[in-house]
Ligand binder design. Sequence first.
Ligand SMILES: *[C@@H]1O[C@H](CO)[C@@H](O)[C@H](O)[C@H]1NC(C)=O
Ligand SMILES: *[C@@H]1O[C@H](CO)[C@@H](O)[C@H](O)[C@H]1NC(C)=O
Ligand SMILES: *[C@@H]1O[C@H](CO)[C@@H](O)[C@H](O)[C@H]1NC(C)=O
Length: 309
Amino acid sequence: MSPLLKLAALICFVVVAQAGLSFPFPGQLSIPNTFPQLSACISESSFFSCENTTTISNTCCSPTPGGLVLQTQFWDTFTGLEKKGQLLPKNSWTIHGLWPDNCDGSFEQYCDLSRQFDPTPSPAILPDGTVVPPYTGPGVDTFIKAFGRDDLLEFMNNYWVSQGSPNANFWGHEFSKHATCTSTFDVACYGPHYRKHQDVVDFFDAVVRAYHQYPTFNMLATAGITPSNTTTYTLSQLQNAIKAQTGSIPFFGCTTNGTILSEVWYFSHVHGTEQFGSYKTVDSTTKSSCGATGIRYLERTHTSEREVR
Ligand SMILES: *[C@@H]1O[C@H](CO)[C@@H](O)[C@H](O)[C@H]1NC(C)=O
Ligand SMILES: *[C@@H]1O[C@H](CO)[C@@H](O)[C@H](O)[C@H]1NC(C)=O
Ligand SMILES: *[C@@H]1O[C@H](CO)[C@@H](O)[C@H](O)[C@H]1NC(C)=O
């Protein structure tokens, strides 16, 4: 390389590094960390969320008030965006989200409108009358790319698949509706060097980590419960299969008068943060919307799924 070219390459490298945007020289730049600053938590007493016996003073250390944490998943049979390549992962349920319920099962939503990234807010008006304005900026997938997390983005496109809307819209919805109400993702928890959207990427990592704890497809399959267009299952068959692995009964959701299995919610209390803490699974506080018998766990249309493992 001529000295002039070397200089040009160096300048380009420095400019790109400072902008922190794309990474033209793979391996030469390090990926920025997204974890919060939690050194103040070390001197706090130790407990599972919703089980504290005294008031939680530092809400960056434990999700509060949303200490009943739900990792939610879907069983969809199609996406509606197959033509755009939005397909479901074979032999796997998909991610819905990670929700902060209050310990009594009630919940808050859209708690910080300065972090509103949902193009189609639902609800568009909160119970107290607050209007949630639709987001029109770049998709949250661009935030993930800006942090150099192509690995996370790939996993999310494989396993966090939306039905009827682009995946990034769904991820923005989940962040703004739920993570803004989860205290351990508050901007203040990231300290004085907070980088814009660090909390968003940190939340997506936390969702993926929580999801890994609950491999629904495999847990059901170990009990002989697999998708079938000819068999039906009972609710207690589904519940017992999961309880055998997690120790607790999750919420199962069904559509079509309780006959078609479509979702599962795993409830837990968390020791420490949602990001890095330990999840203790507890029984659902919500009654199943499935019937007691005759539940169909449908096979997917083959053209709606793909192998991603
Ligand atoms: C646990 O902490 C929360 C948040 O500070 C507080 O509202 C609640 O009263 C505490 N629970 C008990 C039993 O002290
Ligand atoms: C649900 O059940 C009710 C009462 O049996 C029936 O009237 C209704 O048509 C059913 N709905 C669907 C979507 O199957
Ligand atoms: C199973 O049934 C559902 C609902 O009727 C249908 O959409 C799906 O394509 C069927 N799957 C297979 C593999 O036949």
